[in-house]
Structure formats: C-alpha cells, structure tokens
Design a protein around this ligand. Structure first.
Ligand code: SF4
Length: 135
C-alpha cells in the first residue's frame, strides 16, 4: 500500500474573508446554502475510520483546509481528535495540519491546537498594507 494524503475541507469553500485573489470562493455559490456543504459528525467519523483503514501507517497525516476550516467549530476538531484515537490501531499515530487565516483563533483555540499538537499554517500576505490590500 502506497502512502497518500487526503486534504479534508469540512466547510467546503465557506470563508470569513473575501480575498480579492481567492480562486475558491466562487465554487461555494453552488453549495453554501445547502446544509450538506458542512461535514456532519457522521461523515467525519466515516472519513476518519476509512482514511485510517486505507493508510499503510504507522503514521497518518490529516490535513484540514478550506475555505476557512475553523468555521467548522472547535467542537468539530475536538471530536476529530477523539475519533482518531478511537480508530488508530495499536502502535500507530497521527498528526494534524490546519491551514487557517487565523481570524477565529483565540486563547481557547490556541490552547486546543497546542495540546493536540496540531501543525498550524497561518496565511498572511506580508506587511499590513500588503496584507490588507486584498483581504
Ligand atoms: S482566506 Fe483563503 S479561502 Fe478565505 S477568501 Fe482568502 S484566500 Fe480565499
């Protein structure tokens, strides 16, 4: 079995910014008014179980992307970590990568991400004038 990585997008293209250069927001026109555009708890569990079952191990990489993946809510990721622990075979481990614009990150989020050892990619476009120009 060959190693592979799946990029999960739990809220599709939904985002709390409208960057002028964003290539992805437009795709949400078709789905964001639909409840199924957000990953349900049952789909999250199915994804984690099947992803682990399909992986060669012993390390499984979870990547959370958007849109803005923090819009799924902190409890969504608490549940994700719990489910990962439930389905990982003995001796296996996983790590989580979250790519975010950082808007929603507060102390509670940061505490969770640190305690759960998430790698966090924070998108910043440069100095403030450059960053704010298109965001
Ligand atoms: S933060 Fe990312 S997903 Fe959101 S509008 Fe900007 S480029 Fe698009």
């Amino acid at each position: 079995m060959q190693p592979f990585v799946v990029m999960a997008k739990p809220v599709g293209s939904l985002c709390n910014l409208e960057c002028g250069y964003c290539y992805y927001l437009e795709t949400g026109r078709f789905t964001q008014s639909q409840p199924e555009s957000r990953m349900s708890e049952s789909l999250l569990e199915m994804f984690i179980r099947q992803y682990i079952e399909s992986s060669p191990g012993p390390v499984v990489q979870f990547t959370w992307h958007g849109g803005e993946p923090t819009l799924a809510g902190l409890d969504f990721y608490r549940l994700a970590v719990k489910l990962q622990k439930r389905y990982l075979p003995e001796g296996w481990s996983c790590w989580n990568n979250l790519q975010t614009n950082g808007i929603l990150l507060d102390d509670e989020w940061c505490s969770f991400l640190a305690n759960a050892h998430f790698d966090v990619g924070l998108s910043i476009d440069g100095t403030q004038w450059l960053h704010d120009k298109n965001r």
